[in-house]
Unconditional design. Structure first.
Length: 321
């Protein structure tokens, strides 16, 4: 078997096994396999502005550090300004000369998102990339200020509204949605986007909203292609994030020895934001490789389901043709 084909086979087997592919094991093995995509060169983002949401903890902090190390002027978007300021001070202390700006916004509140985007666009006319990393896993069903289920508001509606409002500065730039491998276990519930039926489960709600991200990405890519904006969704594997620590303690207790650290989980987000040329738009990525969006027939939506979901998103986010 030719070595490149062998590498692809090993990579695929690890990916489907989850435990091998999503942990530190998968990343360590893939890095030494032939064909591992090259790092972005030093200074790849010098002179470019990158916006990172959910930038005060976990993968968000690692993404901030990763793009800063490549020379980016980094804009940290946080909900808790005091917490964000501590992180910003740490980044500045360890990276003298870094260009760093802290912004406040509640991504679940669409009015606040629009307010932020207006302010941001006035000060930053040329935005290279936005990494939509903000996330949460509410323990009980909770609604946003506009009455949307909170996971959907944070993971899908807020990011879409923000990107739509920043299309001017983002012209020719990139959008990265940080999704989750957990979405593989959920179908696209176009019939219940607000999780209004059945018994609410935090992990299920989280995974459903991440499924929506992945399924809507190709349609958003088509919409934003008029501004030469590329769209990517990715999943970080199993990382030891604050969300896992707080919401999935049993899972963490079992898998902790092989959980990725924040930098390992953020690797693909940073790569997607920096590598040249820009990766193909509308695709789903893990460990720098395009991945299938469904592994089971039961989770692969048909055209009618996807169209219904797109119509809901179009109306909920106030998208205008």
């Amino acid at each position: 078997m030719p070595r490149p084909l062998l590498s692809r086979a090993v990579d695929t087997v690890m990916d489907r096994s989850l435990v091998l592919g999503y942990t530190t094991i998968g990343l360590a093995v893939r890095r030494v396999l032939p064909g591992w995509p090259a790092d972005a060169p030093a200074g790849a983002l010098r002179g470019r502005h990158v916006l990172v949401t959910g930038a005060s903890s976990g993968l968000g902090v690692a993404t901030v550090k990763g793009v800063a190390d490549l020379g980016a002027a980094v804009h940290m978007l946080v909900r808790d300004e005091a917490k964000g300021a501590k992180v910003a001070d740490e980044v500045r202390a360890t990276r003298p000369g870094v260009a760093l700006r802290l912004w406040r916004c509640d991504v679940s509140d669409l009015d606040d998102v629009r307010r932020f985007a207006t302010d941001f666009a006035e000060e930053v006319p040329d935005l290279h990339a936005v990494v939509h990393n903000a996330g949460m896993m509410p323990p009980t069903r909770t609604e946003s200020a506009q009455g949307f289920e909170l996971s959907m508001a944070v993971h899908l509606l807020g990011p879409v509204v923000m990107t739509e409002a920043l299309r001017g500065p983002l012209s020719g730039g990139r959008v990265v949605f940080v999704s989750s491998g957990g979405m593989y276990g959920q179908p696209l519930r176009a019939d219940d986007p607000g999780y209004a039926t059945g018994d609410y489960a935090p992990a299920t709600s989280y995974a459903r909203s991440k499924r929506w991200q992945v399924e809507m990405a190709p349609l958003l890519a088509e919409r934003w292609a008029a501004d030469a904006i590329t769209v990517a969704t990715m999943h970080p594997g199993w990382a030891d994030t604050p969300g896992v620590q707080e919401s999935l303690p049993r899972f963490r207790a079992i898998t902790r020895p092989v959980l990725r650290d924040d930098a390992q989980g953020a690797d693909t987000s940073v790569w997607l934001a920096a590598v040249e040329p820009a990766p193909p738009t509308g695709r789903f990525w893990h460990d720098r490789v395009e991945r299938p969006t469904s592994l089971l027939p039961t989770t692969k939506p048909g055209p009618d389901v996807r169209a219904r979901a797109w119509q809901w998103l179009h109306e909920a986010a106030g998208l205008h043709d």
